[in-house]
Design a protein around this ligand. Sequence first.
Ligand code: GCB
Length: 593
Amino acid sequence: MLVIAGAMVAWAQQVPQVTNVMNRESVSLNGDWHYLVDVQEEGYYDYRMNPTRWGFFNNAKPQRPEDLIEYDFDAAPTMKVPGDWNTQDERLFFYEGTVWFQRYFDYQPQNDRRALLYFGAVNYDCHVYVNGRKAGHHVGGFTPFNFDVTDLLHEGKNFVIVKVDNKRSASAVPTQIFDWWNYGGITRDVLLVSVAPTYIESYSLQLEKAVKGKKRFLNLSLQLNRKEAGREVTLSIPDLKLKQTFVTDANGIINSQFSILNSQLKLWSPENPKLYRVDLTLNGETLSDEIGFRTIETRGKQILLNGAPVFLKGICLHEEKPNGGGRANSTGYARMLLTWAKELGCNFVRLAHYPHNEYMVREAERMGILVWSEIPCYWTIDWKNEATFLNAQQQLTDMIARDKNRANIIIWSIANETPHSQERDAFLGKLATYARTQDNTRLISMAMEVTGQSNYVNRLNDNMNKYVDVVSFNQYVGWYRDVNDAPKMRWEIPYDKPVIISEFGGGAKYGLHGAKNQRWTEEFQENLYRENLAMLDKIDGLAGTTPWILKDFRSPRRVLTGIQDYYNMKGLVSDKGERKKAWYVLHDWYKGK
Ligand code: GCB
């Protein structure tokens, strides 16, 4: 609470994201929320386009019969949160603009505990209000954020209102054009998290690469929300019979290393995705997690998982439900998509082109699937714009903060298919360097493009090569270029680093058959996969691939009537999960790897 000239002013602020939100004490605010579509944002601006204090966030009600209030959330329809509006209201299928959301909830203050209002993700720009007061503003559609709203709450009935805007903009991340559906809304969980005044904000527990004699080392770094020295945090891993107490420094931080017996430790791997229960106790309150221990590094052109070379048998995925689309956000959907990937023979998924929900990452971890996680620096970002850089950097920070304890994530990707320029190199170079300050235990990559080609020789030439640990690129031989010429292609990748072909593929409509040179048939796609995979086999240092893509997905760029109907058809399975012929080609290739 802030006191200004004797008056009490309620106060709220965005606070750094709390990690491991799923295992904290919280109340879910998921469910039915009322919504109002506001094309001209009259709930926010007056008729001179100035922000108005009479906005919809007041949730006003007429007090007298003659009062004029031209909105009423309580009478408005409802939709499910989390969820996108495009697939919940037919009228909003193509809508890109502002929608207001409102719901009531009960709150009982408990002693000195604080309440954080947590959003798993809101696409894209949102203003959040509690009981008519501003809690904060957030930009970016795929990362979590939370506000300390304790002082805006009261005992009993409260309301929260969120203005969500998913309009595209040239300076946004992603920018105006991208090849997926711009699902709008509160697309991930909303929670009211209860924390003590001093709480564990974030932590990471990582296995050190080196083995010394019979010992291995774990690095703990932990941050309290307050700069309080001398606070004791006890870490215990019952399965390892380990219990140790650490003390915070003047910044409320613990950075410590401790040893365990190598023979005791079972490493996490796709074959044995062992997770240990880890308890962190501060002031009698325990935060539990499931953490796996493994190492990831490169040696020349190899990727080493737990010290041994691994070939990444991958597939790209969008965060989309089967059977008509819509954002996926549950363990159930994660398991469905990841089971399809496993049946294909994958040990790796590229979660394109933005951080997916936490259920996805955690389920993949339990299933033994390695992960490439990416931020939406996609195509033509506004490289010269400092605000755009800060936005991308924040998305990267939040992606890493949320998932830095997931053993299955091995690659942070900072971009996809970005056009070369000095400004782009400066932007992405800074971002890659920054990523290492946030996590120096994983590999950095980005999906590049092939830049030079002559006489069937393809060259990868990208100034970003020095910033990445793994050289990845997308190529569409057989689809956007060089149809039938894959067998003649050679690749020159002049870097002594592992190579991942992060995309290749072509479109086919499930059930459409014809000759192998007939576009959109399953046979065309099948042949494309055969020829591409034979071509990949000739690439020196190939450490893995993630073909484009597991499932057909919705995209407004794909307008060919009767074939695409607003779906990108490059899936190996249809939107309903039916396997196309190319599925079997990749499946057999992976079987031999
Ligand atoms: C790409 C993009 C991906 C598209 C794909 C396509 O290179 O990275 O987002 O969907 O090509 O189908 O053209």
